[in-house]
Design a protein around this ligand. Structure first.
Ligand SMILES: CC(C)(COP(=O)(O)OP(=O)(O)OC[C@H]1O[C@@H](n2cnc3c(N)ncnc32)[C@H](O)[C@@H]1OP(=O)(O)O)[C@@H](O)C(=O)NCCC(=O)NCCS
Length: 199
């Protein structure tokens, strides 16, 4: 992990400094490019609650020199189910090594999910973290988990109408596999995957 970044789970920070100081810290976060990413963190109780549940963990990334809040990400495990004919042959071969296959040849795999990720745009531009640095810190957490319990695939879901994010994730080793339409709002997501390296 970049020596600049110090990670703290949001729940740990709350335990250490208390709810009010946590709220002060989170109030210094701004992410105008993605209001959902911003409000998820701003609504501290929502983030803390969900990180108390086993389903996800939210990590705050601080600048180890200045203590500025650089950004955050929320990580979890997810079941990814996909019809066999929705994948190209290379991805089919890859996922078959980590998944259950039903009688119709459909795959279900446990994958690591980056549920939220965003950098803090409230900092002066020269102090902001590079998105790739933040993403690599998330990948490092998965690598540690992988060495303890295994796992190989990391998924992120990008709204299809945000092409700049396609560039960002492609540059950082993610490839588009499948799309998913959210039943609630009709939004279409590009489901992108990266493969964790090493044994
Ligand atoms: C994604 C992110 C971490 C990448 O950081 P980075 O590599 O340092 O890159 P930048 O912040 O400079 O963004 C690169 C470009 O993508 C654009 N971009 C970033 N997030 C975007 C978004 N959510 N929607 C549309 N465009 C976005 C930026 O405007 C910028 O465009 P430009 O090249 O025309 O200036 C950071 O942009 C971010 O926190 N974005 C908002 C949160 C977000 O969308 N998270 C991803 C959810 S899947």
């Amino acid at each position: 992990m970049s020596p600049r970044i110090r990670l703290l789970k949001i729940s740990e920070l709350e335990d250490t400094v208390g709810r009010e100081a946590l709220a002060d810290t989170l109030a210094r976060f701004s992410c105008p490019l993605n209001k959902e990413v911003e409000s998820y963190l701003k609504d501290a109780s929502k983030a803390v609650q969900s990180s108390c549940m086993p389903s996800s963990v939210t990590y705050l990334a601080f600048d180890s020199r200045t203590n500025d809040l650089l950004g955050y990400f929320t990580l979890m495990m997810k079941a990814y189910s996909v019809r066999s004919d929705a994948l190209n042959s290379a991805n089919k071969r890859l996922i078959s090594r980590f998944s259950e296959i039903d009688a119709s040849g459909n795959f279900t795999a446990a994958v690591y999910l980056i549920a939220q990720i965003g950098k803090n745009f409230a900092l002066p531009e020269e102090d902001q973290v590079e998105g790739s640095e933040l993403l690599m810190a998330a990948m490092d957490v998965f690598c540690e988990t992988k060495s303890a319990i295994g796992g190989k695939l990391v998924m992120v879901e990008r709204e299809v109408d945000r092409p700049k994010l396609l560039e960002f994730y492609n540059d950082n080793g993610f490839k588009s596999w499948t799309t998913r339409r959210n039943a609630k709002d009709g939004m279409v997501y590009d489901q992108m995957f990266a493969v964790l390296g090493g044994k």
